[in-house]
Design a protein around this ligand. Sequence first.
Ligand code: FE2
Ligand code: FE2
Length: 321
Amino acid sequence: MDETYYRPIILESITPENFPDIALYVKGGQGNFILFKNQEIQLTKEDLARFKENGVEFLYLRDGDMPEISRYMENNLSAMFERDDIDKKVKETILYQTSLNFINDVFKSPSHEQNFERCRNIVNNIVKYMTRSMDSLDLLQTMVGNYYYIFIHSVQVATLSLLVHELLYTLAGDELVDVGIGTILHDIGMTSISADILNKTDSFSDYDYQKIKLHPQQGFNLLKQMSILEGVPLSIVRNHHEKYDGSGYPQKISGNSIPRSAQITAICDIYCALTTDRPYRKASPSEHALKIMEESIAIFNPELFKRFKEIVTSGSKGHGL
Ligand SMILES: [Fe+2]
Ligand SMILES: [Fe+2]
């Protein structure tokens, strides 16, 4: 079945000077999508002004053009957040829409259709909630503004971790929300590490690694100090780099002394990192990422890893996770 999906992009996030050459659509009265311009035609400031005058908030693009838009967002999002002429409400919507696009990417697999709706709603609501609560919005903005990759990575890890929790355990809604919040914020401690280190395109020195390894504890301290969270979310932030064989950090705990939700986050974290492009290496396909992880099987709970593998492998029969 060749069905085209359309993704919304909020008008304010479009700057015609550097917007990629892609086809753009408007939504018709019946919810249908009408071509506004094809990729050969340049979008102008006048077009945007006209849309604004007519109360249009979103334009739409084809799903297949998402990689272009992700690159565009990556280059422009922090600048957008700095701008005083963009309303806070609009910034929230930009953040929310960007997260949704990545959530949709993780949930492309048709074999998870029955389960994904609930998880997707939960992540949607978490992001919605977080963009509305001042303290958390500040946190998210720090992540997006300075470290776009960390933000997107966090949304991906949250989404995948929720899917795994949903498929393997019977959790109440609020337990899933706790997992969602903890996983979205799992790398928040990275915001206290210098951008010079994080933006490196070659390999890290020992000194860099020592600094980076502080992020779980620093994230935990930061959230504790803000007193907005406790329990599972804090435990995920602090323990997501602990390893089953005790070789992790910060506390070097091992086996099932590592809380289960942190064990799952650790698996999803590594998988998402391996399957995403980074400046210093290309993304590995799902199969290859699993193979790399299997080579270090001692660091994971073997039973959990086995179940995780089944989940992503069954997903990759469709479009892949
Ligand atoms: Fe981390
Ligand atoms: Fe991470």
